[in-house]
Ligand binder design. Structure first.
Ligand SMILES: [Cu+2]
Length: 131
């Protein structure tokens, strides 16, 4: 379960985020949401499966009922590259946004979600992901 050890270490390094780890049901794949904050909007983000090298499903909710669009990018800033194949999240009928984040190698990544509504920038949510 080395991947879980790394996941918990990552959570410890995140600042001002809520508790990380499996939910109360003990499910090994559903993580307690992380929380990002940007201007007047709050985001709760989680990975249905522990983050890994390759394509990762990303899910989140926001506390806004208005139409918000998101651009999802991934960046390995230490090496100055991103990854191809990210899929911008779209909002499902259940209110949950779902997208895909690609991490093309192990190391530290930045997952960035840039929010806009009606072509007006609403803020940027950054999550540090260690693989
Ligand atoms: Cu790299």
């Amino acid at each position: 379960m080395a991947s879980f050890d790394r996941w918990f270490a990552l959570c410890g390094a995140l600042v001002a985020l809520s508790a990380c780890g499996p939910d109360a049901s003990g499910s090994p794949t559903r993580m307690t949401p992380l929380t990002g904050e940007s201007q007047a909007m709050q985001m709760s983000l989680w990975f249905p499966e522990p983050p890994h090298v390759g394509a990762n499903a990303v899910e989140f909710t926001i506390d806004s009922a208005e139409a918000v669009t998101f651009e999802l990018t991934t960046e390995m800033w230490s090496m100055g590259h991103g990854a191809a194949g990210n899929v911008n999240p779209t909002r499902g009928d259940d209110g949950v946004y779902r997208g895909t984040a690609v991490f093309s190698m192990s190391g530290d990544w930045l997952l960035r979600l840039r929010a806009s509504s009606n072509s007006v920038e609403r803020g940027v949510f950054d999550f540090q992901i260690g693989l």
